[in-house]
Design a protein around this ligand. Structure first.
Ligand code: 1CP
Length: 370
């Protein structure tokens, strides 16, 4: 790998991490028994929450991320409002790219847009110079603020190398990721170098978050599901394995997530994470059948189901719980919370998941929730 780790590797505050070691989220990610299934929601701190919209009216996304007080406030809001078992750091997968000096803007209603998309080898230089401690010190500062305030684990995250490559190559959001795949097929060596550099960015960023006190780490490889299995194994898996390898000594549980990855799940399991995030297209029992026995899973209620009447949300959530089983399951949506979701639905979901008793459901043969 072509980066040098310049993060000061100090030990995170011990007392808090001792307390948190038994948190349901961390136990479930390690496949240990839990009193109740832990639950959090991807994008729980986003636009569905009035607390976020109020802060966002005063500052744009990068301004929030670069202000530890604001970023911490936005991170904590859903924990208080919804009662979830984890906080996820308020940031974006593109933050390290912007911090590395890539001219990048989050355009409202669109997403990340890059002024000068990636074209050739010379574009790799900026990525190679990324040092979280120097280029994005506000991230570790926010993490340190949060671990003092929170009594649930904080999840740190980074973008997966394919997903970040796709923003760099396309110049913005894309449905087909055609330029990305074309580069992958036509210049596989350059593509491999780009992914290896992006993997190094992810490692540096994730290590900095863990060392500042994050208790779990998620790699958002959101768009990798556009690939066929052979291309995934050939072009993406090696860089991804290097990421989880480089995190192992931290002893922080890891989650690997992508959308539309049904055909990739068994290969993704080989990347070395503790848990796999599964989207709503694959029933949890089918997902488990594609993974090594005992590997933890996270998901997978359809985010759109949350827009339906409560009875529908409830039935679908109970089915997810039943299919996932009692061990090694973190309840979540299959992708991020949609902005139009009523937070009250998410709050009721948290209560439902916390009250669910696997044993009782099995004994009565029906879907029972307290
Ligand atoms: O200005 C705004 O408020 C725009 C909306 C927004 C928000 C709230 C963006 C732009 N990013 C974020 C924050 C964010 N991004 C978080 C923290 C919020 C939380 O989870 O509580 C996280 C975890 C992300 C991660 C992220 N950003 C992903 C991976 C997760 C996923 O949804 O797949 C991706 C793909 C992005 C890119 C991105 N940033 C923003 C948008 C709208 C997008 C997606 C664009 C696209 O469709 O390609």
């Amino acid at each position: 790998m072509s980066f040098q780790l310049a993060v000061s590797e100090t030990t995170p505050a011990l007392p808090k991490s001792f307390e948190l070691a038994d948190a349901p989220l961390l136990r479930a990610l390690r496949g240990l028994p839990v009193d109740h299934t832990p639950v959090w929601f991807m994008r729980q701190a986003g636009r569905s929450l009035s607390e976020y919209r109020a802060v966002r009216a005063r500052a744009n996304l990068f301004e929030i991320v670069r202000s530890p007080d604001l970023a911490a406030e936005v991170t904590i809001a859903p924990v208080k409002r919804l009662g979830v078992d984890a906080a996820i750091l308020f940031s974006d997968i593109t933050v390290p790219l912007a911090a590395a000096g890539i001219d990048l803007e989050i355009v409202p209603g669109v997403g990340p847009v890059i002024a000068r998309p990636f074209r050739d080898r010379r574009d790799l230089e900026r990525l190679r110079s990324f040092r979280p401690e120097r280029d994005a010190p506000y991230v570790a500062e926010t993490v340190r603020l949060l671990v003092r305030e929170l009594d649930v684990p904080l999840i740190g995250f980074a973008g997966g190398p394919f997903t970040l490559a796709s923003y760099l190559i396309e110049g913005g959001p894309s449905k087909t990721h055609a330029r990305t795949r074309a580069l992958m097929y036509s210049q596989p060596d350059l593509f491999r170098e780009l992914l290896s550099d992006l993997a190094a960015v992810a490692v540096a960023s994730l290590r900095a978050q863990a060392l500042a006190g994050a208790s779990a780490l998620q790699l958002f490889e959101s768009w990798v599901g556009v690939l066929d299995p052979a291309s995934f194994s050939r072009h993406v898996l090696p860089a991804t394995i290097s990421i989880f390898d480089a995190l192992r000594d931290l002893d922080v549980p890891t989650i690997y997530f992508g959308v539309g990855t049904g055909e990739l799940l068994s290969r993704m399991a080989g990347a070395g994470s503790d848990a796999l995030g599964v989207d709503w297209r694959v029933p949890m029992d089918a997902a488990r059948a594609r993974l090594p026995t005992g590997m933890a899973v996270q998901g997978n209620l359809d985010p759109v189901a949350c827009l339906a009447p409560w009875q529908v949300v409830r039935e679908q959530a109970l089915e997810v719980l039943r299919l996932a089983g009692p061990r090694g399951h973190v309840f979540n949506l299959g992708h991020g919370v949609l902005p139009e979701t009523d937070p009250e639905t998410l709050r009721r979901l948290v209560d439902l998941v916390h009250g669910y008793e696997h044993r009782r459901a099995r004994l009565t043969g029906t879907l029972v929730a307290r």
